[in-house]
Design a protein around this ligand. Structure first.
Ligand SMILES: [Zn+2]
Length: 305
């Protein structure tokens, strides 16, 4: 089991008071510093290449992000998506971690990998940075698996509390990718309704504000996991956001860290059944530092078992 990260991911700073702050990644890495995680094979994330990014992003978007880091202070791409001097390298390492993790599981260097990186990715569309996201890391990973490893069926499971609108938009006409998401509705970015099905390869499951462990597990057990199982993925990718925790300030779902261990065990089983165990997970949201640390360590612990 590998852990991909890079110190550059701490240098992306959206500014004072911003929820998606460097302390998030520090909290995750500190939690993974305990003895229980000593067996993790820690690997420095490489930079994503232009070719890898252009599989899912327009050249205009890629060049805009690469050119938008200010020399000092902050540059605003949208209402809540900002760049600092360190943002370009952080974004390239975040996407690059995902590509390297796919290569590692496909080449048999490891069976599973977690990318402890930021900025997150699942809101970034082909042509737009949004929702704290610059490049769509998990989409870059999936496109790499299709293009370089020749896979025919790649599943993306997204349990972040927000809908992964960018991932959905990038793959809604790509039948080799199945995108399955649980998220709160209504909530930012106001997409992910159950009637959004792409070309039959998009499955959205919504949770009402106030929903908790029971509703979350029922949604995955009855609706989402059976769809993943029927797809028989050759590789399982996970957009791992931990903002459905009950203490998270950005949403109103009431999960505990044990629910993240539960869904992780289910996804590991799915990968074992169909994908030779191959699973790559990447950090998306999670904005209460203590909850994020507890949930991410529960997730990684379940990936190591
Ligand atoms: Zn989120």
């Amino acid at each position: 089991m590998r852990l991909y990260t890079h110190p550059a991911c701490l240098q992306h700073d959206p500014g004072p008071g911003h929820a998606e702050r460097p302390a998030r990644l520090r909290a995750v890495l500190q939690a993974l510093d305990q003895d229980r995680y000593a067996a993790l094979d820690r690997v420095e994330a490489p930079l994503a290449t232009r070719e890898q990014l252009l599989r899912v992003h327009s050249a205009a978007h890629m060049e805009r992000v690469l050119a938008s880091a200010p020399a000092t202070g902050h540059h605003r791409l949208d209402e809540d998506t900002l760049m600092s001097p360190g943002s370009v390298e952080a974004a390239l390492r975040a996407a690059g971690a995902n590509v390297a993790a796919v290569d590692a599981v496909m080449n048999g260097d490891c069976q599973r990998a977690f990318c402890a990186v930021r900025p997150p990715g699942h809101h970034a569309t082909r042509d737009q940075a949004m929702g704290f996201c610059l490049f769509n890391n998990i989409a870059v990973a999936a496109a790499h698996a299709l293009a370089v490893h020749g896979l025919k069926r790649v599943a993306i499971a997204d349990f972040d509390v927000h809908h992964g609108n960018g991932t959905q938009a990038i793959f809604e006409r790509e039948p080799r990718v199945l995108f399955v998401s649980s998220h709160q509705s209504p909530l930012y970015p106001d997409s992910g309704h159950e009637d959004e099905r792409g070309s039959g390869n998009i499955v959205n499951g919504t949770l009402s504000p106030g929903a908790g462990s029971h509703e979350f597990r029922e949604l995955w057990d009855i609706v989402l996991l059976p769809r993943l199982d029927a797809f028989r993925p050759q590789l399982v990718l996970v957009s791992a956001g931990f903002d459905a925790h009950r203490n998270d300030p950005l949403a109103d779902i009431r999960l505990g860290h044990e629910d993240y261990a539960w869904i992780t065990e289910r996804l590991v089983t799915l990968a074992r059944t169909h994908a030779g165990g191959r699973l790559v997970s990447t950090l998306e949201g999670g904005y209460d530092l203590a909850a994020l640390a507890a949930c991410a360590s529960a997730h990684v612990g379940a990936l190591m078992d």
